[in-house]
Design a protein around this ligand. Structure first.
Ligand SMILES: [Zn+2]
Length: 176
């Protein structure tokens, strides 16, 4: 397995073109492996964030998912989950790999939470007060095993400081 971060630093052009090359060549198997690889996805989300384009990563996911023939997509639970929740999956990875400092990541792993979709204890969830937007709370929750995801942002417009934070619900793995 290559170290995608090093590869991206050394040859940004090749990294950027990889998924396009695989799509154009109809090489579905290596493309499926890439999209199921958290290291690749985390490198990609960090790379695309530098463009300051809010939906660049979601668009990247869409380009890949839409290109893969349905009968191949259906065989991989991770890809089915990405395709069902493209927007929230993109948000979850952006929060985890672009907004949270890596030494704080452990605070977002919750070994008590059980994934509603695959049953594993691989949930990562939390709430981030986005620094560039006042009164903007981003909630996110996703499973590192099956890529089930949920995300919601709450825009507080009333300028009151008594907005209670939402609570994590262990039955649904969502905040409310
Ligand atoms: Zn799961």
């Amino acid at each position: 397995m290559p170290d995608y971060q090093i590869w991206m630093n050394e040859n940004e052009y090749a990294f950027k073109a990889l998924h396009i090359h695989l799509i154009n060549a109809s090489r579905w198997y290596p493309l499926v492996l890439l999209l199921c690889d958290v290291d690749y996805l985390s490198t990609q989300v960090k790379f695309l964030q530098k463009r300051r384009d809010r939906i660049a990563f979601e668009r990247f996911l869409g380009d890949c998912i839409d290109a893969i023939p349905a009968e191949i997509l259906q065989r991989k639970k991770r890809l089915v989950n990405i395709s069902k929740q493209r927007n929230s999956f993109a948000t979850c990875l952006e929060m985890m790999y672009c907004q949270i400092d890596s030494y704080n990541l452990h605070k977002y792993r919750d070994s008590q939470a059980i994934c509603v979709d695959c049953g594993s204890r691989s949930m990562i969830h939390g709430h981030i007060d986005l620094p560039h937007a006042d009164y903007h709370d981003q909630y996110f929750s996703w499973c590192q095993n099956c890529f089930w995801s949920w995300a919601k942002d709450e825009l507080n417009s009333d300028y009151s400081f008594d907005n209670a934070l939402w609570e994590f619900d262990y039955k649904t793995n969502m905040y409310r």
